[in-house]
Design a protein around this ligand. Sequence first.
Ligand code: AMP
Ligand code: MG
Length: 417
Amino acid sequence: MAQLSADEAAFGALMSVEQAAERAFALVVPVPEVQTLPLADADGRVLAGDVVAALDLPPFANSAVDGYAVRFGDLSASGETRLPLAGRVPAGADAAGLATRGNAIRVFTGAPMPQGADTVFMQEDVVLEGETVVLPSGLARGANARPAGEDIARGDLAVPSGQRLRPQDIALLAALGETELVVRRRPRIAIFSTGNELTEPGRPLGPAAIYDANRSLLRAMVTRAGGAVVDLGILRDDRASLAESLKQAAGHCDLILTSGGVSTGEEDHVKAAVEQAGTLDFWRIGIKPGRPVAMGLVAGKPFVGLPGNPVAVFVTFAFVARPLIARLGGCAYRLPPSLPVRLGFRYRKKAGRREYVRVSLAPGPDGIPEASRHPQDGAGVLTSLTRTDGLVELPDAATEIAQGTMAAFYPYEALLA
Ligand code: AMP
Ligand code: MG
């Protein structure tokens, strides 16, 4: 049996990342308030109800190319066909009244298909002889024509409730003629840093002080996750004042996020403060970097206490806090799909915790992306995050991982969406 660390002996087995996320989920419900926004302001917002297509897209059959529209039935079964040119339809023009039987009609991309025409020859493929169009054989019926409703049919679900709107969703809604959308209010996320050593950038730095990096990290990560930041500054390592600040914060936010002070040292006061101000649910997860993560309720509001080291903050935010903010915002969030990469290093780890290793990617000799580990893996080394491409995930149960093993890779961009 694996040796238990002093921590594990004292506090029991670690909770898996999934168990933690599930228990955290049980503590939050989506914010109920909705608002109506113009389409132009809706990027990144979460749709509060299904949007059904109010029209067919495209609304009418049209040509997909610049070319010549014909009735397929007029084409010779073998060999070329010669048809007289009998009309011209640019995009935006009316094609009504054109005689298509036995004729070819000049059409342009996006122009309505003349009544009866069902097939379009690309202009590059035909030869014009005066007013006669010479069409090659071999084109399939319906080629280069886009039927009405080909993209989405009227009455079909266009974008589901809970979708966090992306540019492509907004484009679809615009194409369907929508001008306003009902979205959820952004969840308000209060963020604190804790630590007597922390100084606000811009202030003089004392001899044993460091600048607060985590609040800047969290402000940006929360914003990207769709939350509205309530920035409550730096708190001292003092249980009573921490407890008071947490209680006050609970009054004007939907989630409280802190960093630092959740380890087992006697200067780590966040857990005790949460116990004083509310209830502490759990605080140790099998995740590295980042094991100490506290979860609780303060005055009815969910609380997540992230570790202090910035890399641990990054990882635990991505895998624990991020899904929570999504749920608060009414969003059907799932982790982004990981990509398989080959490990260019061997690795030893403890069983029972998932490790996220900062790596850079480069194509291996066979073209498969190969991950190389950043030389510094301390949880406080910010440049290990700025100088790498993403995280590889090493499974909970694994202990010895051979070089060349395939592993799941998460690009930073995907974790920050
Ligand atoms: P703690 O969990 O409070 O013991 O913090 C662990 C480490 O993270 C210590 O080296 C802290 O100085 C550092 N740390 C904590 N909070 C921050 C922060 N906001 N910005 C940068 N480093 C921090
Ligand atoms: Mg501290």
